[in-house]
Design a protein around this ligand. Structure first.
Ligand code: 13P
Length: 249
């Protein structure tokens, strides 16, 4: 299956930055890409990005959304707004949303259901803390996040789904998980999905790795079994570095 490489800008990047970044990326990559490439700039840059992205093979993602489509939710962003701004994907359940903004598995589940209903593909983030890994809890934590996040969804609803495994201890720390840790964990997630759902369908779910991915380690990570792509934070802000990451696929 084609790899999926996503740039998650987090709370970085103005409209002008997004315009420059897209132009720069286009210059550095051929029009036929080895992988599917998605960028998730801040909400405020989505619409302007969409206008220029129409001339490119790159796609857009939101970094979050509300589970309702409209209503009295001051400060929230509707999935319909994301669609109007050209998004095909939306990042949901990022560990920063969980730990800093108190997002729960239940809330994330509601968002995933709404996104799927509206034809936005969720990039559903899961991951364990360093302590949970040291205590041997990793499997339990990941299974629990998947079970709760996907509650009520049938396998046929979720074969498009993207799961992003982002060990919390590797996010923004420069501490990438080792290839054997990534292989073991992605294998564990795939096995769980195959047992929990119908196996051939579960094989269609793309499992991405995220956590201190950069232009030097991306090539190795992309070759690991059950790694279907990357969710890149810090290194994605620099178009030159991100282009190298895409080229390593
Ligand atoms: P870094 O690549 O900066 O570690 O961030 C990873 C991440 O959280 C992407 O969603």
């Amino acid at each position: 299956m084609q790899k999926l490489i996503i740039a998650n800008w987090k709370m970085n990047g103005t409209v002008q930055d997004a315009i420059k970044w897209i132009a720069e990326l286009q210059k550095r990559l051929d029009s036929i890409l080895p992988s599917e490439v998605v960028v998730a700039p801040p909400f405020t840059a989505l619409y302007s990005a969409q206008v220029i992205l129409q001339e490119t093979p790159f796609k857009l993602a939101g970094q979050n959304m509300h589970w309702e489509s409209t209503g009295a939710f001051t400060g929230e962003v509707s999935p319909l707004f994301l669609k109007e701004a050209g998004c095909q994907y939306v990042i949901l359940g990022h560990s920063e949303r969980r730990s800093i903004f108190g997002e729960t598995d239940e809330g994330i589940n509601k968002k995933i259901i709404t996104a799927m209903t509206l034809d936005l593909i969720p990039i559903f983030c899961i991951g364990e803390t360093e302590m949970e890994r040291q205590e041997g809890q990793m499997g339990f934590i990941l299974e629990n996040q998947i079970r709760k996040g996907l509650k009520g969804l049938h396998i046929h609803d979720i074969s498009d789904l993207v799961i992003a495994y982002e060990p919390i201890w590797a996010i923004g720390t420069g501490l990438t998980a080792t290839p054997s840790q990534i292989e073991e964990t992605h294998g564990y997630i795939r096995n769980f999905l195959e047992k929990f759902y119908d196996a051939p369908m579960a094989r269609k779910i793309r499992i991405l790795y995220g956590g201190s991915v950069n232009e030097n380690n991306a090539g190795v990570i992309l070759k690991i079994k059950n790694v279907d792509g990357l969710l890149v934070g810090g290194a994605s802000l620099d178009a030159q570095k991100f282009a190298k990451i895409v080229k390593s696929g």
